[in-house]
Design a protein. Sequence first.
Length: 337
Amino acid sequence: VFLRRNFRCDCGNSKFKNLQCKLLPEKCKVNSGNKYNDNFYGLYCTCKRPYPDPEDEIPDEMIQCIVCEDWFHGRHLGAIPPESGDFHEMVCQACMNHCHFLWAYASQLAVPPLTKVNSLEDEGIVLKVEESEEQKKEIKKESGTEHQETKEEKQTEQFNEPSTSSGSDFVNIHGYRSKFLQKFPVETAKTTSESSCCKLKELQSKPFLKKGTATFWPSNWRSKLCTCEDCLKMYSELEVQFLTDECDTVLAYENKGTSDQETERRDPLMDTLNSMNRVQQVELICEYNDLKTELTDYLRRFADEGTVVKREDIQHFFEEFQSRKRRRTNRMQYYCS
């Protein structure tokens, strides 16, 4: 399945010297709706090599990025792709840097890539991958955040716990509220309200790691993207509005391609027969066989003589065929019971 959302017909413009478009003669010299990449010149991936590459002896599958539409070798994505059935779409490293907001979603939605192991895995021994300093810092930061959240949850529980002491500040429910607001100002409630309106801001408030690699996504990940006014404006500025379109997904293209193939494979004669009753079906089949037999015999004479079949010859055949059909029909007698 090939994604080609930014491509329009170029026939008749300046790319063709002497060819004019028959549908739109007054075409612009350059089609501004087209976005060309290296694929149009037979080059793919970050290695800028053709596919298939006669000099590449390494077996490797090509995966298309859903944003830039370029094709990449699996080994040139910066991460080992998961099994082909585990993900449905891929965003390459360059597009992840361009669409930086996707990193916040990747921490929650993306399918993790495979972990590199050495040949000892065959013997049942898997080597631990050492964490980088940056990852350790992120983990510490995340653990610190979780500790802080746990502490705040305990404090909240203490505030909501009814007190039996007569001298306590928490005398009634109104007392709970006033003390809670003193401890947690109004700005906190406002921030929570705003973050609930934008999914992206809510995810960005949590720690996430930019890995600088391609990312792999499940089938329904686009439905989880935020569609608030600010995010839609950002998509437009980055020219990735199609990310919120469920009809633009690879799965939708695959389903459309399968449907088109089934339509092409369908026999028009069988479709017509299925819409008729039994008598009409028999008559149509007889007429079809007569036409096929007579046309084959007629064209065989040209093949035997080595002459070219002209338009006039075909017209003459069908005129004679219709004439013979009318004579047969006129000779038939119909009886009423």
